[in-house]
Design a protein around this ligand. Structure first.
Ligand code: 5AD
Ligand code: SF4
Length: 469
C-alpha cells in the first residue's frame, strides 16, 4: 500500500525534473549497488541528471541497509546531515527532497518519517518502479511511504537503460529475496520471498551490457544459487544452466555469481566450475560458524562437515578455486568451544578472503529474542582472534600468487601514471604497467609482489617496469 503520512491532495503534475539533479547513495550489499544504478537510470529517463555529490543534488536517495544495527544507525546520522542541508536550501528558496530507499525503508516504513521530519519519501526495494509517480506527489508536499511487495514486475520496469556508463564489470540481478530464515537475519523480512527473474530478460540485459563493452558479468541475488528461472517455453533453469547460456553471449569473457547458500550448492553448479572457462574460480560461500550447535541454532540447515564436503567437491571440480565466506561471532549462546570450532573450520578450508561481523540483534528475528546474548567484550575478543587468522590466510593466499602468471581483466587506469588496474580470476586487485588500450582486455600478468591490498605484476611478454603498489 502507498500510505500517505500526512494529508494532501493530488493535483496535476507540476514538476519540471529537467533541471533536477539526483544523487543516489548506497549502503550494504551488491543488490543495493545494482538497485542504485537502476534507480538512477529510471530517474534519468524522467529527465533527472546525476549529481556528483550530495551537496550538488536537488534530490538525494539513501539506499539503505538494515542487516546490522550499525548500518541502520549510519542512515539516521546521514539523514541528520541531509536535514541541515535541506534547511539551508529552504532558506534560499530552493527545493531539496530526501528519499529513503532499501531495507531500512522496508523494515521501518513510516517510523523513518516520524524519526526524521526532513524525509519526504520512504520506498521499499519492491516499489522502485513507482519512484517517478511517488516523487511527483512529494513535490506537492506529501510525505509518503511505499513498502508494498509489488505484484508488477519490478525487474521489467527497471530495465537497464544506460549500460554505456557502466565500465568493464557489471552486476545483473537474477534472483531476489530469501526463504531461508536464518534466525539472525532480517533479509527474508525486508526483501521478501525468493523470486527468480525469467531467463530471456537476463540474457537480453547481458547482451546489451556486452555490446556496451562490459566484459565481466556478476550475476547477483540474495540466494543466487537458489535461482530457478523460467524460460518462454515454460522450462526451468538452474543457475548452472543460466551461466552456461550467459557464457555464450559474445563479448562476455568472465562470469561470477554471488551470494550462495551452502544448501543450494547443486552438483551441476559445482561441475560448471570445471566445465566453463568463463566462470571464474572464486566462490563466496558464507558459512557463518563452524560449530554444529550454533549452525543449528542459526537455522542454517547444514553442519560443518557438509560445508567441508562442498569445499572438497568444488576443489575436485576446479583445483585452483578460491573461497570466501562470511562469519558471525557471538551468536546467542556461543561458547568458547563453539568459537574454537569456527577457527578450526577456517584452518581446514583456508580462505582467500572473508567478511566477519559481531552478532547484532535485529528486531523481529528469532535470535534477538534469546536471553543468552553474548557480552560485547567477548564478541570483540572473538572477532579480533578470527580476523587475525583470516588475515594471515589472505596474506598467504596473495603471497602464493607471486611468481605465477595469471589472467588479469583490466578495468581502469592505475593510481600512478602509465599504470593500469584490474582483477585476477581470484578477485585480487592487480596493478601493472601498461597502456589504457588494455582496459577491457584480459592479459596474462606475472605477479611480482604482494602488497596488503593489491598485487603488482608485469604483463607477461611485455616491457617491464615494476608497478608501485
Ligand atoms: N548480525 C551480524 N551479522 C549479520 N549478518 C546477517 N545478519 C547479521 C546479524 N544480525 C551477516 C551474515 C551475512 C552477511 C551479509 O551479514 O554473515 O552473510
Ligand atoms: Fe539472511 Fe540466511 Fe537468507 Fe542469507 S540465507 S539472506 S543470511 S536469511
Amino acid at each position: 500500500m502507498t500510505a500517505p503520512f500526512a494529508e494532501a491532495t493530488l493535483g496535476p503534475d507540476q514538476t519540471s525534473p529537467g533541471r533536477t539533479k539526483v544523487f543516489v547513495k548506497s549502503y550494504g550489499c551488491q543488490m543495493n549497488v545494482y538497485d542504485a544504478t537502476r534507480m538512477t537510470d529510471l530517474l534519468a529517463a524522467q529527465g533527472y541528471s546525476e549529481a556528483a555529490r550530495e551537496e550538488e543534488a536537488d534530490l538525494v536517495v539513501l539506499n539503505t541497509c538494515h542487516i546490522r544495527e550499525k548500518a541502520t544507525e549510519k542512515v539516521y546520522s546521514e539523514l541528520g546531515k541531509l536535514a541541515s542541508l535541506k534547511q539551508e536550501r529552504g532558506a534560499s528558496g530552493r527545493d531539496f527532497r530526501i528519499v529513503v530507499a532499501g531495507c531500512v525503508a522496508q523494515a521501518e516504513g513510516v517510523e523513518v518519517l516520524r524519526r526524521q521530519r526532513a524525509v519526504d519519501l520512504v520506498v521499499g526495494p519492491q516499489s522502485y518502479q513507482r519512484l517517478p509517480e511517488l516523487l511527483t506527489r512529494t513535490t506537492r508536499g506529501e510525505r509518503l511511504t511505499d513498502t508494498d511487495f509489488a505484484v508488477e514486475d519490478k525487474f521489467l520496469a527497471l530495465r537497464r537503460t544506460a549500460a554505456e556508463r557502466r565500465g568493464v564489470g557489471a552486476f545483473v540481478t537474477v534472483q531476489e529475496g530469501c526463504d531461508k530464515f536464518c534466525s539472525f537475519c532480517v533479509v527474508p523480512y525486508t526483501r521478501g520471498a525468493e523470486v527468480s527473474r525469467p531467463v530471456e530478460q537476463i540474457v537480453e540485459e547481458t547482451e546489451a551490457l556486452a555490446e556496451a563493452g562490459v566484459r565481466e558479468i556478476t550475476v547477483i541475488g540474495q540466494n543466487v544459487n537458489a535461482y530457478l528461472g523460467a524460460d518462454a517455453a515454460g522450462g526451468e533453469w538452474s543457475l548452472a544452466r543460466l551461466l552456461e547460456r550467459l557464457a555464450r553471449v559474445p563479448g562476455v569473457t568472465r562470469l561470477r555469481y554471488t551470494t550462495s547458500h551452502p544448501v543450494d550448492m547443486a552438483q551441476d553448479l559445482i561441475d560448471a566450475h570445471g566445465a566453463l572457462p568463463q566462470l571464474m574460480p572464486f566462490v563466496h560461500l558464507p558459512v557463518q560458524s563452524g560449530s554444529n550447535r550454533v549452525l543449528k541454532a542459526m537455522n542454517r540447515r547444514h553442519d560443518a562437515d557438509a560445508y567441508l564436503d562442498l569445499v572438497a567437491r568444488l576443489r575436485a571440480a576446479r583445483p585452483d578455486i578460491a573461497l570466501s565466506s562470511d562469519f558471525i561471532v557471538g551468536f546467542p549462546g556461543e561458547t568458547d568451544e563453539d568459537f574454537e570450532a569456527t577457527l578450526d573450520l577456517i584452518r581446514k578450508v583456508g580462505f582467500a578472503s572473508t567478511f566477519s561481523f559481531k552478532y547484532s540483534a535485529r528486531p523481529g528475528t528469532p535470535a534477538a529474542e534469546r536471553d543468552d546474548q553474548i557480552d560485547e567484550d567477548v564478541k570483540s575478543e572473538r572477532l579480533a582472534a578470527l580476523q587475525e587468522l583470516v588475515e594471515a590466510q589472505r596474506r598467504d593466499f596473495n603471497v602464493a600468487t607471486v611468481g605465477r602468471t595469471v589472467d588479469v581483466l583490466f578495468e581502469k587506469p592505475g593510481r600512478h601514471d602509465g599504470q593500469i588496474a584490474g582483477k585476477s580470476p581470484y578477485m585480487q586487485a592487480v596493478h601493472a604497467t601498461g597502456g589504457l588500450e588494455l582496459i577491457g582486455a584480459v592479459a596474462p600478468v606475472t605477479i611480482v609482489a604482494a602488497g596488503s591490498n593489491s598485487l603488482a605484476g608485469k604483463l607477461a611478454g611485455g616491457a617491464f617496469r615494476e608497478a608501485p603498489l
